[in-house]
Structure formats: structure tokens, C-alpha cells
Design a protein around this ligand. Sequence first.
Ligand SMILES: [Zn+2]
Length: 284
Amino acid sequence: MNKPVGLFSAILITFLLAGCGVHSTVSPTVEPPSPSIQAEPLDVHKAKPMPEMSQHPQEDADIPRTYHGPVPILMYHSIHSDPKNTLMVSPDTFEAEMQHLKDTGYHAITFKDLEDWKEGRPLPSKPIIITFDDGYKDNYTVAFPVLKRLGLKATIFVVSGFVGGKNNLSWDEIKEMQQSGVIEIGAHTVSHLDLTKLSEKQKWEEIHGSKVAIEEQIGCPVIAFAYPAGRYDDATVKETEKAGFEFAVTTRNGLATPQQGLLTLHRIRVPGNESAEAFAKEFP
Ligand SMILES: [Zn+2]
């Protein structure tokens, strides 16, 4: 079973690499470089077209790239009002938080952009990655319009076996978001089991299986993975690497750095009971 699936995956990736980057098309709201940090000859040099960066659109290339530090990776789940559930952030709070990031000059990037970071190339100033776990329907109905309006890119970690469920995204919604260039799709296993409790074979089926299922639907490589409930161990990381993921995120709290290991990157949970004002203080 594994062999043909893996082969198909490899073919798919080779075949479809072009045009799959979420680098592209979030254009309307990219701001011009601020006077204080523009015109650095080094960046102009580094922004010269390279094979790995060929999918950067013009507007992305216009953003000064000078940043080499750690990157905050925000973790959201459902965008829905339920004060009792701290995994849910209300739509109003979410919108205020995104507006704050926009107003204060953050550049929302994706894991595709992190390939630059991985290779030691600079990122845009004030980079941040916005992620959503599980693939809730409201990521499409509530979060996506806000992100699109503000020109903020984000990554949704989809549980492939949950797609089409009552409160979950459908494949059509996933494809629409991915094709918009605003949303990068990551994988979050097939059925959201605790990976540390599974056999090697089961780990592979959950990790690689979700990658293949999503790639078949969206027609693009899936490079980022999130461990369900943040649970992982060495064997889990090994299967994640074997499955071909470039990046994986945990729920360990903190800024992400390459030194953490690209398959065990930390994130910052945005709790549902945190106000937009508190969020603004955390991300000045
Ligand atoms: Zn999850």
C-alpha cells in the first residue's frame, strides 16, 4: 500500500511544483517599503531571482528582506464565540487581532516562505505565521474573508479524514482558499490520534496518509505538518521527516527558531479568553 501511494505522491509533487506557492498573489494590500528600511544594497542583491524564489511575485519582492531572527507562529483553532472554550477565539477578537498585525507592519508569511529562513536567507521585516489547527468550517466562513481583506496569509492544518464533516471544511472550500493564494494548506494527520501511542505503521498512515490525501485534492505539495495536540516523540518526528514534510509545528510555547529543529518548531497559542488589547501588547 505504501509504495504505490508514495510513488504517486512523488510524481504528483514533481508534476505540480510550479504555481503552488502561497508566495503568490496576496497583492492588494502589500505596503510599500517604509523609508527607514528601504534601499539596502544587500537586499537588492539577495532578491535577485533564484530558483527557489522564482514564485515570489513582484509585490513580495518589493518588501525589504533584512530579518534573520526568530518567528512567531500563532496557533488558532476555531474562530467562533464560546467564552467557555479557550480554543475558540471570537470573530470580533480575531478580526481586531488581524487588524492590529496589519496596522503595526507585520508581514504574514507561510511555511513556503520559511524555506528562505531555512536556507539562511533573510525574511521580510516583522514576519509572523498565522496557523489554524483541525480545519474548522469557520476558518472559511469567518477567518478567510478577514485575512483576504487585510492581505494576510495564513496556514490551515487540515485533518484529512475530517474534511466534509458538519463543522469542518469541505474540499471545495479548501481548494478555493488554497487557490486564492491567501491560505497555505498543511496536514494534521488523517484522524487526529495521539501519534506517540501508535505503531510505526500507524504513524506512517496518519502522517503520510494525510499528506497524500490533501495533495491529491489540491494538486500542490503539502510541506508543513502539525502534531495533533502537540504530541510527538522521536519516532513520530522520524516518520514526519520520512513522509517528506519540510516543517512541523508543536504546541510548545515560544518563538520558532531553526535551532529548535524544523520538525519541532514552537508556536504561540492565542487563547480564546485573551483580549485583542492583550494580544496587541504581546505583538507590538
Ligand atoms: Zn488538532
